[in-house]
Design a protein around this ligand. Structure first.
Ligand code: ADP
Ligand code: AMP
Length: 213
């Protein structure tokens, strides 16, 4: 199974990708998680990416394409993967297409998750994330069992710097301008399935599995 989860920040891509990866035993690949790891380890990549991420902008295409090229060449991706947050621009989608064509293992389905803008802002501003195992929670919708701690690994939950309301508005603008054209891009290639992201995590997961199978 080789999938892309497309959609604006906060729509639920990471939550659903995590569930699908666990259920189907495939890799969840999030460029946002890879970049945040690099930022926290203060690597060259992290130092370069941080200024863009803090400003709510996209990290340059050549940087993320390089990351994905390296990640997909790992043998653990041979059994399948779900891409969460990549591609985000048409040049990224074209580069991914070329990369997978070389390997004769094309993307099989692109899921476009959709909810209203009001709900997106509510979801993102209430998001809390585990910096260790990358699970996400929500202060109202999906609170952890013990306040402030990850259910899975016990690490202290954080609010991402770019999840504050003023940066969220900028990120949504970037999505509409640079990423939304990918809905048409993949629709024209008969790969797109639109999935309503409103409802409980389980309800959305049910719709998503139906769209994938
Ligand atoms: P994305 O990866 O698309 O940015 P996330 O999966 O991190 O989005 O979800 C954003 C926030 O919304 C998180 O706080 C998550 O707990 C919450 N969330 C995800 N799916 C749902 C849902 N179906 N209903 C309510 N809240 C949700
Ligand atoms: P995310 O965790 O997917 O919300 O991504 C957080 C931030 O990481 C984004 O706002 C971008 O700055 C950066 N980022 C993640 N994925 C990409 C990508 N495919 N292209 C460019 N920037 C990205």
């Amino acid at each position: 199974m080789r999938l892309i989860f497309l959609g604006p920040p906060g729509v639920g891509k990471g939550t659903q990708a995590q569930k699908l990866a666990e259920t189907a035993s495939i890799q969840k690949i999030s460029t946002g998680d890879i970049l945040r790891d690099a930022v926290s380890r203060k690597t060259d990549l992290g130092l370069k990416a941080k200024q863009f991420m803090d400003a709510g902008q996209l990290v340059p295409d050549e940087v993320v394409i390089g990351l994905i090229r390296e990640r997909l060449s790992s043998p653990d991706c041979d059994g399948g993967f779900v891409l969460d947050g990549f591609p985000r621009t048409v040049p990224q989608a074209e580069a991914l297409g070329r990369l997978l064509e070389e390997r004769e293992s094309p993307i099989q389905r692109v899921i476009s998750l959709e909810v209203s803008e009001h709900e997106l802002v509510r979801r993102i501003t209430g998001r809390r994330s585990c910096p260790e195992c990358k699970r996400v929670y929500h202060i109202d919708y999906q609170p952890p069992k013990q306040s402030g701690a990850c259910d899975s690994c016990g690490a202290k939950l954080i609010q991402r710097d770019d999840d504050r309301e003023e940066t969220v508005r900028k990120r949504l603008g970037v999505y509409h301008k640079q990423t939304a054209p990918l809905v048409e891009y993949y629709s024209a290639r008969s790969l797109l399935a639109r999935v309503d992201g409103l409802g409980s995590v389980e309800e959305v997961f049910g719709r998503l599995k139906a769209a994938v199978s």
